[in-house]
Design a protein around this ligand. Structure first.
Ligand code: MN
Length: 257
């Protein structure tokens, strides 16, 4: 069993080298693996799965990008790799339709899965940043099914405008830079790991790739943090049977390189 985990690709039409690099990585690296977990913020923004209806009528290019990515994931799924998608704080409106078109399964945040013979807690990571109270308040609202239903029932063009407005209004809150994203609260990490009875946690979100040692209820434990993808460089965690997770940065090549 070989399992790969990635997060925070922040795919968007303005970063074609990351998209190209990811498609190349899918083909060269992910093919033949048993499972691929994408732990959120796969897309920089997601305004609803009906975006896929727009095709090349979407002037922002997001619709074509999403369709292309879904088709590429579907190919990998058809070749035998199980694909799991978790929501991030940017693509939390990603739904069943996209997942189906990508041959993927939506995974709740948090989820406990067995990797390499060990129970491992998977999260996006934003819920661990409890010191950012303004964000946590927004998160509670944005994860409410009624709020989501309301937003998704707005016409697409209005949602595109709303997304732009929200980003412009709080440039700082929407930044992707690690120094602007609050780090996890250590006590919250221990609490959540103890609640789920695990000694291994894997998450993304903070853009601070690292392997941390800690203690959970007297047991030695590990917290692995995936990094965000940039042109030329991505991050993955690989888990082989009976082995500990390994975090590594991966060089990304595009078709043009
Ligand atoms: Mn995030």
């Amino acid at each position: 069993m070989t399992t790969l985990l990635i997060s925070d690709l922040h795919l968007h039409p303005g970063a074609p080298r990351v998209t190209e690099g990811f498609l190349h990585w899918l083909e060269e690296r992910a093919r033949g693996c048993d499972a691929l977990y994408i732990l959120g913020d796969f897309f920089e923004a997601w305004i609803g799965d009906d975006l896929l209806d727009l095709g090349d009528h979407d002037p922002t290019g997001n619709a074509l990008l999403a369709a292309h990515i879904a088709a590429s994931l579907k190919q990998l799924a058809n070749s035998g790799t199980a694909i799991y998608l978790m929501h991030g704080n940017r693509d939390f409106l990603l739904g069943e339709r996209f997942a189906n078109e990508a041959g993927a399964t939506l995974l709740p945040d948090p989820s406990v899965v067995e990797l390499g013979g060990e129970r491992v807690l998977l999260m996006h990571g934003d819920s661990l940043c409890t010191r950012d109270e303004a964000y946590q308040a927004f998160r509670t609202q944005a994860r409410n099914p009624l709020w989501q239903e309301q937003v998704l029932s707005m016409p697409l063009q209005e949602r595109i405008a709303l997304a732009r407005q929200m980003r412009e209004r709080s440039g700082e809150a929407n930044s992707n830079k690690a120094e602007d994203i609050m780090d996890v609260t250590p006590e919250q990490v221990v609490k959540v790991m103890a609640e789920h009875g695990v000694t291994t946690l894997i998450h993304g979100h903070t853009h601070r790739p690292a392997e941390h040692s800690l203690e959970v209820e007297g047991q030695p434990a590990k917290r692995y943090v995936l990094g965000d993808w940039q042109p030329g460089q991505g991050w993955e965690i690989v888990v082989e049977d009976g082995e500990e997770p390994r975090l590594r940065d991966v060089p990304l090549f595009g078709e043009s390189e």
